[in-house]
Design a binder for this molecule. Structure first.
Ligand SMILES: Nc1ncnc2c1ncn2[C@@H]1O[C@H](COP(=O)(O)OP(=O)(O)OP(=O)(O)O)[C@@H](O)[C@H]1O
Ligand SMILES: [Mg+2]
Length: 457
């Protein structure tokens, strides 16, 4: 029956059918009982003498001929059958109407539940600036109990927590606004990204970020703790990553000096784990579209987490005719830039660029001369594939501090990731598997260091 096919309506039908059978049975019984009550005159036996038989009245029994009696009985039978049939039809119609209504009610109920479960409802409810759930007091930089729940926060709370968005609190600046350090009640510290929403693009990215980060929970993906909508301003509250971004670590004032060889590999491994989660374990899978060193954030132990899901997209949702590929110069895969062809391999390309930054300590795009720029890929390619040259182009901060065999392996992975042809690039799961044995156990890999690492040169 179509009803039972419509999402488990069968469980509703069973009791209904039982009710229908009972109704039918009852209708039939009533009708038969009525039938039994109708006096059928027996013409063969004489009528019983009545006490008033002597009275001069109308005769008690009208004599009926046998054929007429049979006709009357026949008509009576037909009438009962007709009534039973009508009762059956009515009962069946009733059952069908009840079953269909039950199925619709169930479908409606399920849809309403799904809508409640989705972030859409949360986004629609964001307007009044109230604190929905006091979750912040329970959070620290590593844990979040339930990512489905994103707290809506009062503007005044965030204003106070950031010293009215004081410059002294700025952790970093992005294309759309600044990120501030915030001290919230109960000693909780967080990072607050402030976006001045005069452009639709920013609003869209803000909603996308909330949408994705509300659903994705992984140790290598940043946690969003809250948000706020205040007039034209949009605020996102994240767990604070004490060591900032990989970009500031590598290309900021410390020039990567805080990042040893093994820490760099750990960061690459963590980022690969986060990305593998998006590509392989999210359903539908997620293409981040903006993997870059500034979107890889580092906590106090240099655990790396992927951030900024403003451009993220669900796999299969990409419109191939989209003429404006999104991403950051230097990280965008050539096939996406030139043909709009977007797959997980675009993220793998960007990951390869980050790996080159970690190895070489160079920016993804560097100025050469007054009017020329060169990408790290085109700069590195001829030298990184030459084993005799490779050790000399490694970031001076870590040069000669690693096992050369490990260096060759990581360089080979990076070269594969930035292949111009996407099908030659590995899956991020393959990258992950090749990095795991190169990272010490205490940093999340499987490498057991027995002796001091082999020093070259
Ligand atoms: N949760 C966080 N904890 C600590 N620092 C952060 C956090 N989020 C961002 N930052 C810092 O703020 C900087 C700016 O971040 P933001 O995401 O706004 O821009 P971006 O990624 O650098 O560039 P773009 O706007 O092009 O994406 C980051 O590079 C990082 O140094
Ligand atoms: Mg960012």
């Amino acid at each position: 029956m179509a009803v039972s096919g419509a999402g488990g309506g069968g469980f509703v039908l069973l009791p209904l059918l039982v009710v229908a059978v009972v109704v039918l049975e009852r209708s039939a019984t009533v009708l038969l009982a009525d039938a039994a009550r109708v006096p059928l005159t027996d013409v063969s036996s004489p009528p019983a003498p009545s006490p008033a038989a002597d009275a001069p009245s109308l005769p008690d029994v009208v004599a009926v001929s046998p054929s007429a009696a049979a006709r009357i009985q026949n008509e009576g039978d037909k009438r009962y059958q007709k009534q039973v049939l009508i009762a059956v039809i009515l009962a069946l119609v009733g059952v069908i109407v009840m079953a269909v209504s039950a199925t619709y009610a169930r479908t409606f109920w399920r849809k309403a539940r799904q809508a409640l479960d989705s972030n859409d409802i949360k986004l629609q409810n964001r307007g009044n600036g109230q604190m929905l759930l006091p979750v912040l007091g329970k959070l620290n930089s590593n844990k979040m109990s339930n990512k489905e729940v994103i707290a809506m926060m009062d503007f005044s709370v965030l204003e106070t927590a950031t010293g009215k968005f004081n410059e002294k609190h700025i952790l970093g600046k992005g294309g759309f606004g600044c990120v501030y350090r915030a001290s919230l009640d109960g000693g909780v510290v967080a990072a607050v990204k402030k976006l001045n929403c005069c452009r639709q693009e920013i609003e869209t990215e803000f909603e996308n970020e909330l949408d994705f980060l509300g659903k994705i929970q992984h140790p290598n993906v940043i946690s969003v703790l809250g948000y706020c909508i205040h007039e034209d301003t949009r605020l996102l509250v994240y767990e604070l990553m004490q060591n900032g971004s990989l970009e500031t670590q590598l290309h900021g004032s410390s020039n990567g000096s805080a990042l040893s060889w093994h820490i760099r590999l750990k960061i690459a491994l963590d980022a690969a784990r986060g990305l593998e989660h998006l590509h392989e374990h999210c359903n539908p899978f997620v293409i981040h579209r903006d993997i870059k060193s500034s979107n890889i954030l580092l906590d106090s132990d240099f655990n790396a987490k992927i951030s900024d899901f403003g451009l993220a997209i669900n796999g299969g949702n990409h419109n191939k005719d989209d003429q404006n590929p999104s991403g950051t110069v230097g990280y965008v895969a050539p096939e996406y830039l030139l043909d709009g062809q977007l797959t997980e391999k675009s993220d793998v390309y960007a990951f390869g660029v980050v790996l080159l930054e970690l190895l070489l300590g160079r920016k993804p795009v560097e100025k050469i001369g007054d009017s020329h720029c060169q990408s790290i890929v085109s700069w590195a390619m001829p030298q990184i594939t030459d084993r005799t040259k490779l050790p000399d182009i490694i970031d001076p901060v870590i040069r000669n501090t690693m096992d050369l065999r490990h260096l060759f392996q990581v360089a080979a992975v990076a070269v594969l990731c930035v292949q111009p042809e996407p099908s030659y690039r590995p899956l991020i799961a393959d990258v992950l598997h090749s990095l795991v044995p190169l990272v010490p156990v205490e940093l999340g890999g499987t490498l057991r260091i027995v002796d001091e690492p082999h020093q070259t040169g």
